[in-house]
Design a binder for this molecule. Structure first.
Ligand code: ADE
Length: 420
């Protein structure tokens, strides 16, 4: 180590997106290594709307590893963080910062401690795969600081050990997590199927559904399903392998009809597995079911899918439209049933707010004047307050280094999170 011993702080900052599975991951065959019972496929969302930003700092003056999430100190002692730290540290290389006169030899990394500060640009508790973005960012940014040379496949395998679905957030666009066969997990890695430009007219609208109910965590829910659901075995062995091939083909050929049918069917089967678990797990609620009904009736009335839906381990709806036109029609139908509680339309739409004006919705009066969707048989009842807010997004890129030092979350002098 050079520079005056103990006087320096070296940092790296990265930003990683979240992802949403269209072929679901549900069930581990190895709990410790986080090895899944089936392949899964996801779309990576635009990091401008849904991402984690993480700064990792190292200094000889740090007496221990510490982490802050959204400004609050959290424990790093959990197995998921420890596995990722250990795996990245193992691969650390020499680092030289000529400007600062800092040289770290690879053998010194084992003696140095890190401070990590992370921030999610969306509510962490909203059930929007924050741990996928968070653990991918953790691994990616540690890797940058420690000059790790491993490729994305290897990084995805490390991120997987932090949080299974985090391995898919190492890439942008369309991503497949290959379950692998090896007992040591070495072939359970993510690969990119196509980048975010391949099918860039897709529009994603997320309905963040209000929920007072405490949900079953994915970790314990999955464990219960593996132990008790016969449907999970059938799904993993018979349904998903074929579905993954069809989904890859649909993505490659940008076949929205096939993409949407597979996405909806897979979401529904995942929730059927949850119901088939003993005791049964209910992730969706009445609002989720109403949104499914709305989309299904619209799709049926047109004779071909207009929009796809998918639900993770929570009540939020992720809706994927093939283009802007369908996204605006969808928004009109959604806002007819789920108008904003406080009449504030601008704060009801997060992310790409321009979808509102595209849908002709400039004020609350425009929402109130929306006609009932023609395909719905009982259109009269509305459900104000049942959706907390909407997010409009699109496909996005994988993790990136944040070069603007003013955006670092850690103060380069104190080595502590800014504002702490
Ligand atoms: N869990 C949820 N968000 C996270 C983040 N940004 N970093 C690490 N773990 C997380």
């Amino acid at each position: 180590m050079a520079a005056e011993e103990g006087q320096w702080v070296l940092m790296a900052t990265g930003r990683s997106p979240t992802n949403i599975a269209v072929i679901k991951y549900w069930g581990k065959r190895d709990e410790a290594l986080i090895l899944p019972v089936n392949d899964s496929i996801s779309v990576t969302l635009d990091p401008d709307h849904l991402s984690a930003t993480t700064t990792v700092a190292v200094s000889p003056s740090f007496p221990s590893d510490r982490m802050w999430l959204n400004g609050k100190e959290i424990s790093l002692s959990g197995g998921r963080f420890q596995s990722c730290l250990r795996e990245i540290r193992k691969r650390a290389q020499n680092v030289e910062d000529e400007k600062k006169g800092i040289r770290i030899k690879k053998e010194d990394w084992g003696k140095l401690h890190v401070h990590i500060a992370s921030y999610n640009n969306f509510p962490t508790a909203a059930g929007l795969a924050s741990s996928a973005a968070g653990l991918a960012c953790f691994v990616f940014t540690l890797g940058k600081l420690m000059n790790v040379k491993e490729d994305c496949g290897e990084l995805s395998s490390i991120a997987r050990q932090g949080s299974g679905s985090a391995c898919r957030s190492i890439y942008g666009g369309f991503v497949k997590w290959c379950m692998g066969k090896n007992n040591d997990g070495s072939d359970s890695i993510a690969v990119q199927l196509a980048d975010e430009t391949h099918w860039n007219d897709l529009v994603i609208i997320i309905a963040v559904v209000s929920s007072k109910q405490k949900e079953t965590s994915s970790t314990s829910g999955m464990r219960d399903s593996v132990e008790t659901s016969p449907l999970l075995q059938y799904r993993a062995q018979t349904v998903v392998p074929e579905r993954v091939l069809k989904m890859e083909e649909a993505i490659k050929s940008r076949n929205f009809e096939s993409f949407a049918r597979l996405t909806c069917a897979d979401s529904n089967q995942f929730h059927a597995v949850c119901l088939d678990t003993s005791p049964p797990i209910f992730y969706m609620n009445d609002t989720s079911h109403r949104i499914i009904s709305l989309v299904e009736k619209w799709n049926q009335s047109e004779g071909t899918p207009q929009v796809a839906y998918t639900f993770d381990a929570g009540p939020n709806a992720v809706l994927i439209a093939p283009n802007r036109k369908n996204a605006t029609l969808l928004l009109q139908k959604l806002l007819y049933y789920f108008p904003p509680q406080d009449n504030d339309l601008r704060s009801y739409m997060v992310g790409d707010k321009s979808i509102l004006s595209d849908a002709g919705l400039k004020s609350i009066e425009d929402v109130e004047a929306l006609p009932a969707p023609a395909e719905m048989k009982t259109p009269s009842q509305k459900f104000k307050g049942d959706v907390s807010y909407f997010i409009c997004s699109r496909l996005g890129a994988g993790p990136k280094v944040v070069t603007d030092e003013s955006l670092a979350l850690i103060d380069s002098v104190t080595g502590l999170p800014k504002g702490v």
